[in-house]
Design a protein around this ligand. Sequence first.
Ligand code: PLP
Length: 406
Amino acid sequence: MVEATHRKEWKGFEPNQGEVLAFSPTCPRVRLKSGSAASQNGMRTIDQIETPALLVDLPRLQANILRVQRLAQQSGKYLRPHAKTHKSPALARLQVSCGASGLTVAKVGEAEIFVSEGFTDVFVANEIVSKEKLERLVRLQDRAHISIGVDSIPTAEALVACAGARGARFRVLLECDTGLGRAGVRSVAEALQVGQLIAECPGLRFAGIFTHEGHLYRFSDPEERRQRARQAVEQLQAVREALERIGLECHTVSVGSTPGVDAMASEPSVTEMRPGNYVFFDRMQVRLGARVEDCALSVLATVTGVYRDGRVVIDAGAKALAGDCPFDDRTWGEVVGHPDWTFVAASEEHGMIQLCPGSAAPRVGDKVQILPNHACTCVNMHDELFVCQEGVLVDIWRIAARGKSR
Ligand SMILES: Cc1ncc(COP(=O)(O)O)c(C=O)c1O
């Protein structure tokens, strides 16, 4: 069983919140085990890995995990990382052994994978309405504490119907839209209406409120992001106070986004943070101020063609990078160490890079590393994470929840 070492015994449905956690996060060492997939294949250096392959820089990954874990600890918040970013039980184990209090997932299939790997506290931060999926979640409750999001009367009713039929009990968090414009109640009145229903249903246990402040991605100025994060917290606070006035105590006030981590850590009313992307970072985060040197994920590719017009073709295209292209210039990723090369286009299996006039061309067979635009969608294209340290392959981690979108 994988459980946070600092976590107190689960008492009913109310984890103790708000205390400064008395443990010191450290990262366990990851070593290449003899007989592991990495050593059996005789692969030792990055150059020997078959491409396209997803590389993880272990020291950077560990530093990213520890930075946010320490921040959470120092601010007295629980950290419940979103595992949709990496979808890897081995990586989640690292997060929990560094102090994460549980995991967040988006899908029932992801919850099933992580519970089957021994994780005992999983929050499905999403609205699940199908009977079949809810029954799958009920089946997980024998082995893990499962929490779930609700944001409307029909989503609450779907849970009630399932809980009633199965005699099960769901720990429920009310989702609030604090600016993203996606899921979540949008007013205190709505929150009260849904909250009241949750309170009245014996199969549901109201635990608090949550938001995904994903709209912070729209603001590149850190001060503006901080202000928007503050506004999001004020909205949550208004909902919390109204709910508590009608007797619904919010033990958990959960926020979650990588661009919001620093601002949210200093908000006293927040009890839990659920960032996902912070473990890897990517080009989207770099655009918001993250350092390229902290980016822990890249796609390793091989040059398969070099042409007279300055075009270079690599063996990583849309199926290795994911078609998430949030940039105005429509580039597919950044070629690490080559700022004068532009990743201009991709088809399924090919990436097309344009060199600047005068830049030194690679040779066919050379390896290049691509920093993806969006780490979370890129990971979902791969089966394995090749874990490297100083150019040497130290482990291979299965992306076990890859493609678990149901
Ligand atoms: C509900 C929820 N919580 C947390 C996160 C984590 O956000 P980020 O990927 O910015 O770390 C996400 C991301 O999509 C999300 O949807």
